[in-house]
Design a protein around this ligand. Sequence first.
Ligand code: NAP
Length: 308
Amino acid sequence: MGDGPGPSALKDMYGTVCVVTGANSGIGKETAKELARLGARVVMVCRDEARGREAREEIQAAAFQAAPSHGDTVDLHLADLAVQEEVYALGETLRADYERLDVLVNNAGVFLEEREETVDGIEATFAINHLAPFLLTHLVLPRLQETAGRAGEARVVTVSSEAHRGYSIDFDDINAEESYSPLQAHGQSKLANILFTHELARRLRDEGVLVNAVHPGMVNTNIWRGSGWFSRLARLFAWLYKRPEEGAQSVVYLAASPEVEKTGQYFNETEIVNPSPEAYDEKAAARLWRLSRKMTGLAEEGEGAESS
Ligand SMILES: NC(=O)c1ccc[n+]([C@@H]2O[C@H](COP(=O)([O-])OP(=O)(O)OC[C@H]3O[C@@H](n4cnc5c(N)ncnc54)[C@H](OP(=O)(O)O)[C@@H]3O)[C@@H](O)[C@H]2O)c1
């Protein structure tokens, strides 16, 4: 992406509310910082209070530096996105605390070398990288739709990855109980991000909510901190990767550029590209949607409890 979009190419976000998950580290922290500099009220979602508070100070300082008169514009909400009860509570808090939600950045993610299981009994990569953004998006969707109705637009940006290529959704062993491969689990979850993006965009067409996914490039962040062979290999090449603030540019572009007018797209940095053929499988997208509703405890469609 070269130097990326300059600030002049981005919208003035004053008066908007932007939620960023995983906002205490890496791409999420830099995305939150840039959105705050652009004038948005930034709602950070983090799982660790100390790390969250420290990052909040940094993000608020960047916002003050850009516009000293704006006051406190950075909020911190704590939620472990691996725990569905906490995602439900977060959704409720966000709906109660904010009258408008302009942007939801589903950024939080993990790369797990060993299989882990959440308290809900779900393989953790799938739970954190796919089910959490799926559920959180559903829970705040009414606010996004209302905001789009009033302000003309709202956006959902999900941070996927080129690592989705070559993988499919293993519906026969979604919990990786028979076998676990970190690359399959990660690739599958990033494919799920794009299938979800396509399906949600199809369902929300003409409602003014733009739903897109992005690969931010290879970025030198904590995601490669594991001790397994792949993380160690990834760290060997880390000097070649982008800095987090460079990686965040494309996420900010999807969140705040007036050039982004389409929905249901997959971006490699700031360019719309075709994802893998598996990402266009509408049957897989519909099946994943139904399975994800079931695994997150959302009512079956037609039962009327949740809109989608
Ligand atoms: N780095 C790359 O090269 C690259 C490439 C393609 C896509 N991506 C994607 O970019 C996104 C951001 O990753 P990053 O590279 O910036 O890594 P990172 O620095 O490790 O940031 C990940 C963020 O997600 C948070 N998180 C993880 N599990 C969570 C949970 N259960 N509940 C709440 N928050 C949780 C982390 O919180 P803690 O600090 O508490 O762990 C951290 O804030 C991920 O979706 C990743 O897949 C990264």
